[in-house]
Design a protein around this ligand. Sequence first.
Ligand SMILES: C=CC1=C(C)c2cc3[nH]c(cc4nc(cc5[nH]c(cc1n2)c(C)c5CCC(=O)O)C(CCC(=O)O)=C4C)c(C)c3C=C
Ligand code: FE2
Ligand code: FE2
Length: 335
Amino acid sequence: MKKGVLLVNLGSPDSTETKDVRRYLKEFLTDPKVIDVWYVRNIILPLFILPSRPKKSAEAYRKIWWDEGSPLIVLTERLREKLQKKFDFPVEMAMRYGNPSIKSGLEKLKSQGCEDIFVIPLYPQYAMSTTETVIDKTNEVKDKYFTDLKLTYLPAFYNDPEYIKILAQSIKDHLPEEFDKVLFSYHGIPERHIYKTDKTNTCEIGKCCFKEDKPSHATCYRHQSYKVTELVRKELGLTNKQVFQSFQSRLGSDPWIQPYTDATLEGFPEKGVKKIAVVAPAFISDCLETLEELEMEGKEEFLEAGGEEFTYIPCLNDRDDLVEFLEHKVNDWMA
Ligand SMILES: C=CC1=C(C)c2cc3[nH]c(cc4nc(cc5[nH]c(cc1n2)c(C)c5CCC(=O)O)C(CCC(=O)O)=C4C)c(C)c3C=C
Ligand SMILES: [Fe+2]
Ligand SMILES: [Fe+2]
């Protein structure tokens, strides 16, 4: 069977026009794996979120948009091009929401004769709203249009020693000489999602996430985030006091996993934390949530609260060592 690889990232609107942002947000937020509460998805979303949020989000997208398009999509394409050079079979990329769609990605692979596909969701930590929905959607598209394809998925790789080394090296490459703390800011999720995906029914947010070797951690995004911070901290030889982790991008009023990044940034200066470096390890590619929410808004919040230096550490994007890591994962799949 001819092989092929499909990289999958989250996705962006087609442009910064409010109508395109609305279409993208509608597709994204009507996914029951993202907004899982029926009345929020079917009542609050159409009545309150979709009429107003797209205009605000479009303004934010305009601040970070590149001539070539959405940074998230451009960076994923650059990663694809580099990974393609490692193999003589096709490597394509797709977005879970928006374009290029997962259907178009599978179509491209099939039209080049591929039957055995390795799907790489570009998320280091597992979440229902990321890894799981990519798997569901890709399976759904296969069952509907491409029943003869064989699909294999790369699971979350948060604790892979090679990935941890690459992330640590990337932080080292950008870390200023003087800093008080490195803030690891992860995209947040509602607490409910963690309980929902815990097949062991033993997860207690806030109590168990730091512990080692609990079966519930296979699906605990909060644990997997803390694990990344801890492993990278050790790799960099930093003390516990030199790192902090928080969760960003909360939507709605339900409790999301804490502490929140905005409150953390505002609170740092009064605690004497004036020089910080910020890294966002839930994202492989820089995007709205890193370039606008952290590098622009987060920086402003921190400086206004009395902070002095804010260094944003870019995502791994298309770093050569990340390309090699993915090359190794593809090789492992083929072995
Ligand atoms: C990296 C992992 C991500 C998780 C987990 C995640 C969960 C999640 N997100 C929302 C709502 C929104 N997210 C938005 C943008 C966005 N989210 C991620 C990644 C994760 N989301 C990325 C990479 C991006 C940026 C996309 C880009 O085009 O650059 C947005 C849209 C922007 C906005 O209006 O703020 C929303 C909305 C929920 C509800 C959720 C978990 C339930
Ligand atoms: Fe998000
Ligand atoms: Fe946990």
